[in-house]
Design a binder for this molecule. Structure first.
Ligand code: GDP
Length: 319
């Protein structure tokens, strides 16, 4: 890809968008274009049209979305379906109208049916019903990838969809009511350690299994897809390995240095029992994740402390 290409990263303040900007800059892309929400409201169709008409964008990385963990998804489904549908339709349609040839759309592994065979292959999409706790979000993301497919077919665009597994890394959301499990447990373990508490509350039974990808690996996969000139399709992005929520909690406690006991809160939902992606499509093309889970959590903990917790305990500095 041309290092002078004008690349619009939509959602650059989020975890995915900020990782993309870091990666693009490190790789020498000179024209990375961003807009804050105050400068460009992606739910405002006229504003999005005007932006694309004036900016001569070559490539769009569509990482802007309403995202959240199991509690936020289950309690605010209207916001999740509406905002994601509107952002996708506005950006994808305006990009097509402005003759933007290339676009990468980011979804999530929750687009796949609840009872899928594991590991989940791309072709299991729409083969049976979705997990109810995040159905609204999943439907919006399925609509986004179908928009890309339909526009490719009708208008010969080259819009590609990446479906990452559960992500973590710098600029994650640490609000306990809306966050995903990894940042939530990282924060809870840190606070329990600082306060000298004897226990750490983990939602659900601890038995659901999840796969975790460091967001820098997703950014690397995105550049890989662009630089390989992939022109269409749906690609899972993950590490190819999962673990139980209990094992994740134990790993986080080890990194943080919290030695208390885990207490499981059965009043909270488990969500889908397992969500492991089959990543052989990208692996066959030559990409694979490189950041190990414990190493990735340690780096994320250092970032959390630097940005959220004020002071850095010695244990975290060494992690
Ligand atoms: P999901 O992958 O869409 O289900 O989203 P989450 O990352 O929010 O939750 C994954 C699993 O972790 C679920 O089984 C949650 O019940 C469990 N979990 C355990 N403790 C927590 C917590 O403190 N916050 C969240 N969000 N999930 C938790």
């Amino acid at each position: 890809m041309d290092k002078q290409a004008r690349i619009f990263v939509a959602g650059h303040r989020g975890m995915v968008g900020s990782a993309l900007v870091r990666r693009l800059s490190a790789a020498g892309y000179a024209n990375v274009i961003t807009r804050t929400r105050a400068e460009l409201d992606l739910t405002d169709q006229a504003a999005v049209d005007r932006f694309f008409e004036s900016e001569q964008i070559d490539v769009v990385l569509l990482a802007a979305a309403r995202v959240g963990g199991i509690f936020a998804n289950a309690s605010r489904p209207g916001e999740f379906i509406y905002e994601n549908l509107v952002i996708e339709t506005n950006v994808i349609h305006a990009a097509y109208r402005a003759k933007v040839k290339r676009l990468v759309f980011f979804g999530s592994s929750c687009i796949y049916p609840k009872a899928c065979p594991q590991p989940i292959r791309e072709e299991y999409l729409l083969s049976s019903p979705l997990e109810p706790t995040n159905e609204a979000y999943a439907i919006a993301k399925i609509a986004g990838l179908k928009l890309c497919e339909a526009y490719n077919r009708q208008y010969s665009t080259q819009y590609v969809s990446l479906m990452p597994t559960n992500l973590y890394g710098p600029n994650d959301n640490y609000d306990l009511n809306s966050s995903h499990v990894l940042p939530a447990l990282l924060r809870k373990a840190h606070e329990a350690k600082m306060k000298g508490e004897p226990t750490l509350a983990v939602w659900g039974s601890g038995t659901p299994r999840r796969e975790f990808l460091h967001v820098d690996d997703l950014a690397a996969a995105t550049l890989f897809v662009l630089e390989q000139n992939v022109t269409e399709g749906l690609f899972n992005v993950g590490v190819g390995q999962d673990l139980s929520i209990r094992e994740l909690a134990e790993c986080i406690c080890k990194v943080v240095g919290f030695e208390g006991e885990l207490v499981f809160d059965a009043s909270k939902p488990d969500g889908t029992p397992r969500k492991l992606l089959d990543v052989s499509r990208l692996i066959a093309m030559g990409w694979h994740a490189t950041i190990g889970l414990e190493e990735g959590i340690a780096a994320t903990y250092r970032d959390f402390i630097a940005t959220h917790a004020g002071s850095v305990p010695a244990a975290a500095m060494q992690a």
